[in-house]
Design a protein around this ligand. Structure first.
Ligand SMILES: [Fe+2]
Ligand SMILES: [Fe+2]
Length: 231
């Protein structure tokens, strides 16, 4: 018996059980910016069998119905923000500069054989150019506005709306990367660098989706009364 509520939205399932993100990511079910649908609704859109997806979820969730350790909903806002910055912003600050040259190398060496690699490089660059300033802005402006003793409703509304726009753009770029790389697969002829790039891009997708999920579905709803518009 798992703690899976079949009437919950995919976003709620990931909030309660972070590990469920793996199943949704594998089936390209968006639990971030379009996560306010139930599993059967999401499955209908992607032509998947909901019973099969529920079975996969039940296999991966803790058998005793306990929620995952460290449920982010239990964290005070300042601690939640600290976690986002330390885990997810820190990850991006180390991974984006490391991955950029590797993606460029694979595109220049193998772009003749697989023309999509050139589009992968362009999409990755756009993603990095969006995410870098995005996390800087969150830390410099958005998070301090949320943590102010008396948050200014107009500022909070404006900042959260902009944050959502960025998240939607990032979600679109990640979906494009997955599409262009056929689900981050390496062809038989691919070299080790190609393999590393596919692996790291998939890990980047997983981390960014969890990151955006925390911001959209755990952090933002706390400010809905101040004018925030959680998606
Ligand atoms: Fe963030
Ligand atoms: Fe964000």
């Amino acid at each position: 018996m798992t703690g899976l509520d079949r009437s919950a939205t995919v976003a709620q399932i990931v909030t309660a059980h972070a590990v469920a993100a793996r199943v949704f990511q594998k089936h390209r079910i968006d639990f971030c910016c379009h996560g306010n649908v139930t599993v059967p609704e999401a499955c209908r859109e992607r032509r998947l069998d909901p019973d099969a997806v529920f079975a996969e979820l039940e296999a991966i969730l803790p058998a005793d119905g306990r929620e995952d350790a460290g449920d982010p909903r239990a964290l005070p806002t300042a601690s939640l923000i600290d976690r986002i910055v330390a885990r997810h912003h820190g990850y991006l600050r180390s991974q984006l500069p490391y991955l950029g040259p590797l993606v460029a190398k694979v595109a220049s060496v193998h772009g003749g054989r697989n023309a999509k690699l050139v589009a992968v490089e362009e999409t990755f660059r756009e993603l990095a150019e969006t995410l870098g300033p995005h996390v800087d802005h969150e830390e410099a402006v958005v998070f301090p506005a949320l943590l102010a003793p008396l948050p200014d409703a107009a500022t909070v509304r404006r900042e959260l709306d902009e944050m959502l726009d960025d998240h939607r753009a990032v979600g679109g770029l990640l979906a494009r990367l997955r599409e262009l790389t056929d689900g981050f697969t390496t062809p038989e002829w691919g070299c080790n660098t190609y393999r590393v790039v596919m692996h790291e891009l998939e890990a980047l997708e997983a981390d960014v989706l969890r990151h955006v999920h925390l911001e959209n579905h755990v952090l933002m709803p706390r400010f809905a009364g101040a004018g925030g518009a959680p998606c």
